[in-house]
Write a protein that binds this ligand. Structure first.
Ligand code: SF4
Length: 138
């Protein structure tokens, strides 16, 4: 059964921004690791890189056009909650926006993706954002 007291405790809890949103070196290290790792392959660097989308589509046995629709913007790990917005250096560009990736711990872009994409996002409320952070700190 849902614990109401615990729910309020999470809503009222003050949490610092995730380290990587404030530390450029750490963010870059985590992002580069996600780009390089065989099982993650964060990208593409250039959104028009069709080779990348073809490779990504192959993983899911689908076409590049369909695969492009499963990106950070709708991934379960993509955090664009109001509290996370305050941790971000900039929020939008012509292709999308930045959010925090709770799976790989860096500021990722909504129009990119990775091999560990999972349905169910984005995270757009502070309570779920805090729950993700607290889970990681346990
Ligand atoms: S938000 Fe999802 S798709 Fe984007 S890098 Fe993180 S795990 Fe991968």
């Amino acid at each position: 059964m849902y614990n109401i007291k615990l729910g309020w405790e999470i809503i009222l809890k003050e949490l610092a921004c995730p380290k990587a949103t404030q530390d450029l070196e750490l963010n870059t290290k985590n992002r580069d690791a996600a780009v390089k790792a065989e099982h993650i392959q964060y990208g593409p660097l250039n959104l028009e890189d069709e080779d990348y989308w073809e490779r990504y589509a192959k993983r899911w046995n689908t076409t590049a056009d369909v695969a492009k629709q499963s990106n950070c913007s709708n991934c379960i790990a993509f955090d664009i909650s109001p509290r996370m917005d305050k941790c971000m250096p900039l929020t939008t560009d012509e292709d999308g926006r930045l959010g925090y990736c709770w799976m790989h711990h860096f500021k990722c872009h909504s129009a990119r993706t990775c091999y560990t994409w999972a349905k169910g996002g984005p995270i757009d409320d502070d309570k779920t954002s805090k729950e993700n952070q607290m889970r990681g700190e346990q």
